[in-house]
Write a protein that binds this ligand. Sequence first.
Ligand SMILES: [Zn+2]
Length: 127
Amino acid sequence: MGKYWYRHRCCICGQFVSWDADNATPFGDANDYEPPDPEYFCIACIKEQKTHYRKHNYLPTHWAFAKWELELAIEMGFWRAGPGGAAWGGWRKIDKPLPEDYKWQTIVGWEGNTPKGEMKWPRTKAT
Ligand SMILES: [Zn+2]
């Protein structure tokens, strides 16, 4: 086997990022042969994304969200919610009523936190 060299790239600017770079996994669709791969973000693009979403007061919807999304969600008053029993969800404003059948979800690493309760940081934090 020859030399193997692979590194992740930022999904926005294409710059190489470290193996532990913040990432999100988009939702796939019925035409996908395999589940989508995670998309990585460099630090500069995370800053730009945060500025954009702060300005427009919404958050992107990913199947598995990035750490920077969670940080922004808490800052902006969003929490994860989805149809009861569903394994997927999206960001919803905590001060707005949920659509019928939707429930606030537990976020892994944030068990015990509630949309309106005290927020405690998990072990790792995006930069
Ligand atoms: Zn980038």
